[in-house]
Design a protein around this ligand. Structure first.
Ligand code: ZN
Length: 502
């Protein structure tokens, strides 16, 4: 009999696990299946992890491709047959014979629980010969593409503004698409057989209530919401081989309704849907500190922090756009007052992959100088986030029926789940800055900066120098120093992108 203590420990471990998942601190591997894309559409092919490799069961292959298999238990072999051709597998042999032709596998077939399993590479290497059809295994996307199917990669983004919502599709390779309006929805139809589709979760807004794969495998459906009145389509070349199509959802021109508040609506203020973990650096939000009535700190010669931060942010934007190919948004484009919470809300609404707040420092002691980098203090926010996120995990009714699990976390503690990535980001910023400008003795620090707390992505704050130091005030006001800082921040973001992509 199982001792009671073991069971107790097991349920305790489960509770801890559930709590961690609730806080979004653990992410599970993707569902264990390949999606098989063919002209007939898409179907799943289950994957099993064996010896930390991806395997597929032969009986699942039979179901997917119409092959039949026969086991020869005495010989320890299995034969897969289709239209008079055959593949012979042997347990413990990582070479298989396809109609007499030898094909290598990265690992041998495995026989387990009366089922045979082969490494996924079996599909492009051996099955393609049997089927006499190209099988393209795209491991990262967990796709198996059968035959000469046109399968562009389509990655959608949703940018929620106060007066519109823009849905942008990055299409690789560039593929024609057209948009048609139907009752309550817009249908984007691509000149393709099937789409290798990545759809984001929707930010809180009322233009768009659904973004889903369409009824046919080459379409995407935008379900429009109450604020939607019309749409506008623009296309452009993203870069060599890729195209971009943007569908702008617009409100009625005559609306007298007050403009939606910047950031999420008040009732959604406390909760934001979790996003998939970052896998790249596609959108950067730069936050030029202060602005408008808030001057920030001021140098003896009259240099204002709010002017320096905006100038550095603009220089950095230009560098990122030309060198990193990422989209860049500034929390303010000009000299205006923006609240701290609206700055992180802005980054969340743009689904930024990174948030960088730029400031200049000040101290009573005029000798203090050098740049400093901050990310959020761990302890309190972290503990709070775990506790409260667990309480808030909720199942929401999904549009079109059914329900979906959404991991809701509190707005105030959004940053807590990215502390590790933020720490890495701060490290890269410190390294890059140290290579070109003077650093303060305490170059990387943690502090509970309000502007970082609500950011639902890796975030850091940079103090690029001390305006209270005479020498540094001159530097901070100069284009040369501002360019050096911008260049260093770009270098840091390039490193950070590598870190995110591993
Ligand atoms: Zn400041």
């Amino acid at each position: 009999m199982e001792p009671l203590t073991t069971r107790h420990h097991r349920s305790l471990a489960m509770l801890v696990l559930v709590t961690l998942i609730g806080a979004g601190l653990l992410t599970f591997a993707q569902p264990a299946s390949l999606t098989v894309l063919s002209r007939e559409g898409r179907k799943p092919l289950p994957i099993a992890a064996i010896n930390s490799l991806d395997y597929v069961a032969v009986d699942d292959i039979n179901t997917a491709f119409g092959t039949t298999s026969r086991e020869d238990r005495l010989a320890g072999g299995l034969t897969l047959t289709l239209r008079g051709r055959s593949i012979v597998l042997t347990v413990d042999q990582n070479v298989v014979s396809v109609s007499g032709r030898l094909v290598n596998l990265p690992a041998p077939p495995v026989r387990r629980d009366n089922r045979w399993f082969v490494p996924v590479e079996f599909l492009p290497r051996a099955m393609s010969l049997l089927l006499d059809t190209r099988l393209d295994l795209r491991r990262a996307a967990r796709l198996l593409i059968v035959g000469d199917v046109r399968v562009p990669r389509v990655v959608a983004r949703v940018d929620a503004g106060t007066t519109n919502v823009a849905v942008t599709f990055e299409i690789t390779p560039n593929t024609e698409a057209r948009v048609t309006a139907q009752a309550g929805r817009l249908v984007v139809q691509f000149e393709a057989d099937v789409l290798d589709l990545a759809l984001p979760s929707l930010p809180p807004q009322t233009f768009l209530t659904g973004l889903t794969a369409g009824d046919t495998p080459n379409t995407v459906v935008l379900t429009t919401g109450p604020r939607y009145a019309s749409y506008r389509v623009t296309t452009s070349q993203a870069d060599a081989g890729s195209g971009r199509l943007t569908v702008d959802l617009l409100p009625a021109a005559t609306t007298d309704a007050p403009a939606a508040p910047a950031g999420p609506p008040p009732d959604a203020r406390l909760v934001i849907p979790s996003q998939a973990p970052s896998t790249g650096l596609r959108t950067v939000v730069i936050d030029p500190g202060h602005g408008g009535e808030e001057l920030g700190t001021q140098g003896a010669k009259g240099t204002l922090e709010k002017d320096v931060t905006l100038s550095v942010a603009r220089r950095l934007r230009t560098l990122i756009e030309s060198r990193l190919g990422a989209k860049v948004f500034l929390t303010r484009e000009d000299d205006r007052t923006v609240s701290l919470d609206d700055r992180s809300a802005f980054a969340n609404n743009h689904q930024a992959d990174v948030f960088l707040s730029i400031h200049a420092n000040s101290a009573v002691r005029p000798a203090l100088k050098g740049a400093e980098v901050y990310f959020l203090t761990v302890e309190r926010a972290d503990a709070e986030a775990r506790k409260r996120a667990g309480d808030q995990a909720t199942t929401l009714p999904a549009l079109g029926g059914g329900s979906r699990e959404i991991d809701l976390i509190l707005w105030e503690t959004a940053q807590a789940r990215y502390l590790e990535q933020s720490a890495a980001l701060a490290g890269f910023v410190e390294q890059a800055l140290a290579a070109s400008v003077e650093m303060s003795p305490r170059a990387v620090q943690q502090a509970p900066f309000r502007v970082l707390v609500g950011a639902n992505m890796p975030a850091a704050l940079v103090e690029i120098g001390y305006l209270s130091n005479a020498e540094q005030e001159t530097q901070l006001a100069s284009g040369t120093y501002q360019d050096q800082v911008a260049q260093a921040l770009l270098d840091a973001l390039i490193k950070f992108r590598g870190f995110l992509e591993h």
